[in-house]
Design a protein around this ligand. Structure first.
Ligand code: GLA
Length: 371
């Protein structure tokens, strides 16, 4: 019983049931084989994004494949401080405690992001002046970050200080995402927005000097215009005194991705000499190549093999760049609970990860681990 139906998936996830999936389908795990993190110990860290619904879906051994953890949603602003001054740490604590118990480090995701962030964070100042608003936003971010750092500073080793600020437009002059609450609050003024970003990076450096500061975004492998804008943004904020140490390539890609395309992106970031390191922060490989492609009710051997080949090619590339690549994180533990089941098409089963619904290793797993 390789593939559970969508309704069964939802039942299992919504019950948050320990081992339910294993009970339904049988869970196997050989403890003698190398884990991913062991296979890659001389290259880079291997991470996984978890949520309170997925951190105990399977036998504990599956989670030992990874050396770092990212909270899928629990450390985002709306989860922690949805209304000003009222902090809720319960869900984030579950993931942080899990990481501590398993001696895993945690990626902090994320601080400045236009999404999953309440609007009060960018509410304009009483005076209405943009400069006052920027100062107020910085104060709010500092209060927020201090609280996060007090609670999770022992386990979080890297922060995505800013996420997805770059515009997707082909127009090279439209550098920033136009509808971001932060960009709007900065008067849609590139220079003021860059000042704001540089101050956030400086703040994190001041408050948590040991943490590695990242800029994180999507489509950086596909889109060379976006990559160029990203590099310009980093140059500009570094000229203002920020120090951005890492570039995070989210890497929600699909089975048409190639090693050559990805290699160009890594080379561009390396050649920019702006970063000490690069991490692949949200890797998954969708089996669909368009929104109109009909649902695959099972993952055919042919598609599974194609996906495995691409995973293998990408990890070969990452190993070739191991002096620059610091971490590769998968965006989810298994195909059972992937955000891609509902994006970009709601309810379309996807199979983007290394483990299937039952927590069993797919072809893709072996082509990543065995090289
Ligand atoms: C972006 C964000 C992630 C997550 C994914 C979808 O990549 O950075 O936090 O929300 O979208 O799951």
């Amino acid at each position: 019983m390789k593939n559970l139906t969508w309704s069964m998936k939802r039942l299992a996830i919504s019950l948050g049931c320990v081992g339910l999936v294993s009970v339904i389908a049988g869970c196997n795990e050989s403890s003698e084989e190398k884990t991913l993190k062991e296979a890659y110990e001389n290259y880079f860290d291997i991470g996984v994004a978890l949520s309170p619904k997925t951190y105990q879906l399977y036998d504990a051994s599956i989670y030992q494949e990874f050396s770092t953890v990212t909270a899928e949603n629990e450390i985002k602003w709306e989860s922690i401080q949805n209304s000003e001054g009222s902090f809720t740490f319960d869900s984030a604590d579950i993931i942080a405690d899990f990481a501590r118990e398993n001696k895993q480090k945690m990626r902090g995701h994320t601080i400045v992001w236009h999404s999953q962030t309440p609007s009060w964070v960018a509410q304009e100042s009483e005076s209405g002046s943009v400069d006052d608003t920027i100062n107020l936003m910085l104060e709010r971010i500092e209060t927020h970050f201090v609280a996060m750092n007090e609670r999770y500073g022992d386990v979080i080793f890297v922060w995505d200080v800013a996420n997805e600020v770059i515009s997707d437009s082909n127009d090279p002059n439209e550098r920033y995402r136009q509808d971001s609450i932060y960009y709007v609050a900065c008067g849609k003024d590139d220079a003021k927005f860059e000042y704001f970003l540089s101050e956030v990076f400086k703040m994190v450096e001041r408050l948590a000097p040991d943490v590695t500061r990242y800029y994180n975004d999507y489509n950086l492998a596909w889109d060379s215009v976006k990559r160029a804008k990203t590099i310009t943004m980093i140059e500009n904020i570094e000229a203002l005194g920020a120090n951005v140490q890492g570039i995070g390539m989210q890497s929600h890609v699909n089975i048409t991705m190639t090693k050559e395309t990805f290699a160009q992106a890594i080379a561009d970031f390396k050649n920019s000499a702006l970063f000490d390191e690069l991490s692949v922060t949200e890797l998954d490989i969708s089996v669909y190549t368009s929104d109109s492609e009909p649902v695959m009710n099972v993952l055919s051997e042919e598609v599974a093999q194609k996906q495995a080949d691409i995973y293998g090619d990408l990890f070969e590339l990452f190993r070739e760049n191991d002096e620059f690549v610091s971490n590769v994180t998968f965006w989810g533990i298994s195909d059972l609970a992937t955000w891609l089941d509902n994006f970009p098409v709601y309810g379309r089963n996807n199979y983007p990860l290394l483990f299937d619904d039952n927590g069993e290793k797919k072809e893709a797993y072996y082509s990543v681990r065995d090289f």
